[in-house]
Design a protein around this ligand. Sequence first.
Ligand code: ADP
Ligand code: MG
Length: 307
Amino acid sequence: MSIIVENLTKAYGPQKAVNNISFEIKTGEVVGFLGPNGAGKSTTMKMICCYMTPTNGDVKLDQYSILSEPEEIKKRIGYLPENNPLYTDMPIIEYLRFTAEIQGMEKSRISERIHEMVELCGLDVEKHKKIGELSKGYRQRVGLAQAMIHDPEVLILDEPTTGLDPNQIIEIRKLIKKLGKEKTVLLSSHILSEVEATCDRILIINKGRIVADGTSSTLRQQAQGQELLTVQIEAANGEVQKELLKLASVATVEPVEDKDGFFRVQSKPDSSSRKPVFDLCVKKKWYLTEMTGIETRLEDVFRELTN
Ligand code: ADP
Ligand code: MG
């Protein structure tokens, strides 16, 4: 089941928390919704899940629209809200039974389904406890079990790993990856490594607008623009920098501070200087002892887009 977001807008008074965004998530994709706090992630997710009506625009799950068929949408969506509100007085099993009934599941299927969710989310050892007695990690598992109880085709997870310790984060990530094999998943986070570890594709949102959309490697490439190399050249004379600059593909050459024979070579847009640098060294009988590309880190991309 695919998610199609069309010109979605939410205004709180004069502020547009979500400002005319459009994107599509295909069946079986796991997409990360990345952005700083206040970017509009939760607001977007609430609208997708019919917990909030948009000021403008629409969301469709295949042919169903949030505007005209919210009941059809809710049946097909599992939602883990931000901060995962739960009834702390209820034991896990009772709570899951309660949510299954709210979802309108067939009575005869409920017990079996609860059992499946307990297994899948690793709740077995704690299953007789009240929710209030659980650690944060286990509460999050209950939240995921609750979101999936009615076997929805689409999962919307709002910051699913917030507040977990590193071991729990790894566990929940594994679980999401496993789920992602069958379901369409949109998960939000303000942490880059989080979405890089779990998602096929990343949407970056900032101030209510989508500012990037792609895989982590395409986002890196987009930001990279011009190739940047570090080279080390051993030559008897001092003409290396001058000769490098003469190469047709080279835009700038700078010696690296405190490192003899090292240069930072920036290429012109859409060209590479790797082979020309090598050929030059051969021609001049210089030793090329090192050549490395400097990768743009995804953190830099994120900071550039959201600063
Ligand atoms: P995120 O989940 O990316 O951190 P939110 O969607 O929660 O961002 O919030 C986006 C913006 O909308 C923020 O500036 C926030 O203060 C504002 N906002 C969210 N909910 C409300 C509300 N109920 N009333 C007024 N402003 C709100
Ligand atoms: Mg949020």
